[in-house]
Design a protein around this ligand. Structure first.
Ligand SMILES: [Zn+2]
Ligand SMILES: [Zn+2]
Length: 307
């Protein structure tokens, strides 16, 4: 009952804040914001394109920054690139590095066991797909996750983001409302905010621990789904998830020639111009790449340790 009251109170405060901002923006810039014509024609198509590219940029920042650099240490980016990715994720998802990394380290340590915060094997595909974001939020305050969190290094920006997670989305939402008016601003902000629950939680945590093929023997049920090419491109190569669980410290999720990891292509590009340092890339032995034994073999044991 108390939880419901807190939820209703927070919702009422948000609605009041939105109404106040809408009124101020409408008075200041007009009902369509600074660019009232932007979504006047083909609005739905433009919204679909917005979601498509915003998903790619946002999940790319999550995959390269939070995942491949800060959790598994397979690559190190220039501090400016790292800070840009973290500020982007703060504005679009309200996520802090400290929360994301600690929950993800715990996921690897407990993958598909009853303690895993988001295992479709344990909780069912529908639960992780639709309510995974609630389980993720609950996991942030799990004692074991907090223990991991306390040991993580954090610079001043990272501490500030962790202590003010909702400031980022409020600033982004306000900018979108000023640019496109209260209605389209709210639609764009809501779409942006749903990217992580749908594509990161639903796509990677649910589907890639449930269906697909396996290159490596691991103690979990991770799968490769990279052949769903458009979805895998959108979420930066993260769908070849068995490759990742098999060799977590590799900053490339492409283990076979026909697999594709756009995230690693970006890492290579950034390393060529001196903005990234590659620390570890798994190379699958030639004998395992082709032939009938290609799917599973002696090399398919999981990498001991996590980072
Ligand atoms: Zn991982
Ligand atoms: Zn996983």
């Amino acid at each position: 009952m108390k939880k419901l009251w807190v939820f209703l109170k927070a919702s009422a405060q948000l609605v009041a804040l939105y109404a106040l901002c809408s009124w101020l923006i409408t008075v200041g810039f007009g009902p369509g914001g600074l660019y009232p014509e932007a979504f006047a024609t083909a609005g739905v198509l433009k919204l679909a394109l917005y979601i498509f590219f915003m998903t790619h940029i946002t999940i790319t920042a999550m995959s390269l920054g939070f995942h491949r650099m800060h959790t598994h240490k397979g690559v190190v980016f220039h501090p400016v690139i790292d800070a840009l990715m973290q500020v982007w994720l703060w504005a679009t998802t309200s996520m802090s590095k400290l929360d994301w990394v600690s929950v993800h380290v715990y996921h690897h340590a407990t993958s598909d066991t009853p303690n895993d915060p988001h295992s479709p094997v344990q909780k069912g595909l529908a639960r992780v797909f639709f309510l995974g974001v609630a389980d993720y939020s609950a996991a942030k305050s799990h004692p074991e996750v907090l223990k991991i969190r306390r040991k993580l290094p954090a610079n001043r920006l990272e501490k500030f983001i962790a202590e003010n997670v909702f400031v980022g989305p409020i600033v982004l939402g306000s900018l979108l409302m000023v640019a496109f008016g209260p209605t389209w601003g709210l639609i764009l902000m809501t779409s942006t905010f749903l990217i992580s629950p749908i594509f990161a939680v639903g796509g990677v945590n649910a589907l890639a621990h449930f269906v697909g093929y396996r290159n490596h023997v691991t103690t979990d049920n991770s799968r490769n789904l990279g052949f769903v090419f458009i979805l895998n491109w959108m979420i930066c190569g993260e769908l070849d998830h068995n490759n990742h669980h098999g060799h977590p410290t590799s900053c490339s999720f492409r283990h076979k020639p026909w697999e594709f990891d756009i995230g690693y292509a970006y890492i290579k590009l950034l390393s060529w111009v001196g903005l990234a340092r590659i620390k570890h890339v798994y190379k699958m032995p030639r004998s395992r790449v082709a032939g009938p034994s290609a799917m599973l073999g002696p090399d398919s044991q999981p990498t001991p340790g996590l980072v």
